[in-house]
Ligand binder design. Structure first.
Ligand code: BGP
Length: 461
């Protein structure tokens, strides 16, 4: 197969603050919604995580050895501003300043998400994203980050998976509310994002800013025209709502119709519409795990069940999620669809014509550490190989993909399934309730990805 990866392709890997750092209440950090949420039974909390906060230099040295050209991580709002809108915590800023310097020292480009599911608990108590004051707090917080790190960070991501927070909030631990409330919060996040993008551009920082939704195409179950329309509805709500807003500063028309029909239309002022238009993105970051499949849904069918973020959803009268019989699934039940990755990347590019960075993609599995200190994760290698192959084809098709940051650089705590569901190239020796020695071990996928990067994607064997 022809190798289409450009010479300066950003081979990377990703993490998020609350899932990897630990040190949940150290050095002045405030509590986030992730620190106070009720966890599913038998599932680890995020207090220690991979203890990256205390292993930062060792971890970045391993990333260097892996050959990473980019590292996507998130900043914990509560480390920088413990209550979200009050005093700045200098130790929090220092940690991220050191992390950025450590990356740059090793020739690794930092790709920074400012908000990844971890709203400060103090803001949540005041209504969270329902409250317009959270918009101001977010804009102030981002301004502080740009001011301190804007000279060193060239790739900024605003909000991780805003679409999953809205459509599957219960699954990612960010709340379970009515559609009406959720789409009002969504509107406020879109405003906050636009304001931050505007500020970033107005101040002429030397870099790019973009959103980071989870984008994956939905297929119609059959060639019945009504199934096709159901897929179009689902794609509009799950995908285009978030990218139309970030790229063009507008609401997707089909989404507005759906929201009216389900009585979930947000309150939007004329000034809001102008704000949305005033701040748009320079590039598109997107997370891709798998596609969805839907069929037409009769008006009288039952409402959506909110559980795992990748499992089907149902909006009576518009679409109904179904299983795709052509796809296999991971041991955690997530469908595997590398072909859909190519289709999705091409579809995004056709609609928006902006450079793209893949900011998540990967396989969660129950890895085993052998007695001789190895982790044989052939299933992960196979998943990543298939996706890198179709990404190469998408670039060959003409889609401008400039970087790839699989999830995750190192083992971390899953959004709702503890550490038993691992994604990393590096194994962290702990279980859900036994912290063991937190020692790092390189998995088989580490050596494999190292070779992929060293050959710029030419050798995937
Ligand atoms: C994405 C999130 C990540 C991550 C990943 C895997 O939705 O952005 O934070 O965890 O999915 O999901 P999970 O941890 O549920 O397996």
């Amino acid at each position: 197969m022809t190798n289409h990866f450009p010479k300066d392709f950003l081979w990377g890997a990703a993490t998020s603050a609350y899932q990897v750092e630990g040190a949940w209440d150290e050095d002045g950090k405030g509590k986030s919604v992730q620190d106070v949420k009720v966890l599913p039974e038998n599932t680890s909390d995020f207090k220690v995580a991979a203890d990256h906060y205390h292993h930062m230099k060792e971890d970045i040295a391993l990333f260097k050895e892996l050959g990473l050209k980019a590292y996507r991580f998130s900043i914990a709002w509560t480390r920088v501003i413990p209550d979200g809108d009050g005093e700045i915590n200098p130790k929090g800023l220092q940690f991220y300043s050191d992390l950025i310097d450590e990356c740059l020292k090793h020739g690794i480009e930092p790709v920074v998400t400012v908000f990844h599911f971890d709203l400060p608990a103090a803001l949540d108590e005041k209504g969270g994203w329902k409250n317009r004051e959270t918009i101001d707090a977010f804009v102030r917080y981002c301004g502080i980050l740009f001011e301190h790190f804007g000279d060193r960070v060239k790739y900024w991501l605003t909000i991780n998976e805003q679409n999953m927070m809205v459509l599957a909030g219960a699954a990612v631990g960010t709340g379970d509310r009515s559609f009406k409330e959720l789409f009002q919060e969504n509107h406020h996040m879109l405003l906050a994002q636009a304001m931050v993008m505007k500020e970033y551009h107005d101040k002429n920082y030397n870099g790019m800013i973009g959103p980071a939704p989870n984008i994956a195409l939905a297929y119609p179950e059959t060639d019945h025209p009504e199934d096709m329309r159901a897929a179009q509805n689902f794609n509009a709500l799950r995908n285009w709502l978030f990218l139309d807003a970030a790229v063009y500063g507008v609401y997707n028309h089909q989404v507005m119709t759906m929201l009216k029909a389900i009585n979930a239309e947000p309150e939007i002022t004329d000034e809001d519409l102008a704000i949305m238009k005033s701040g748009t993105c320079d590039f598109i970051a997107f997370n891709y795990y798998n596609t969805g499949t839907v069929k037409a849904s009769p008006v009288a069918s039952t409402a959506s069940e909110k559980n795992d973020q990748q499992k089907g959803m149902n909006l009576p009268g518009f679409f109904q999620g179904v299983k795709n019989e052509h796809l296999s699934v991971t041991e955690f039940g997530w469908e595997i669809d590398p072909e859909g990755f190519r289709t999705t990347a091409n579809e995004i590019y056709s609609r928006y014509h902006l450079p793209m960075i893949v900011t998540e993609n990967g396989l969660g599995g129950r890895d085993e550490l052998t007695e001789d200190g190895k982790i044989h994760d052939a299933y992960r290698i196979s998943y990543l190989r298939d996706h890198i192959q179709t990404m190469n084809q998408a670039i060959g098709d003409g889609a401008e993909i400039i970087g790839y940051c699989p999830w995750s650089a190192i083992d971390l705590i899953s959004t709702h399934e503890g550490i038993r569901k691992r994604y990393g190239f590096i194994y962290v020796n702990r279980s859900d309730f036994d912290m063991k020695d937190l020692k790092r071990y390189k998995k088989d996928s580490f050596a494999w990805y190292q070779k992929v990067i060293a050959t710029n994607g030419a050798d995937l064997d």
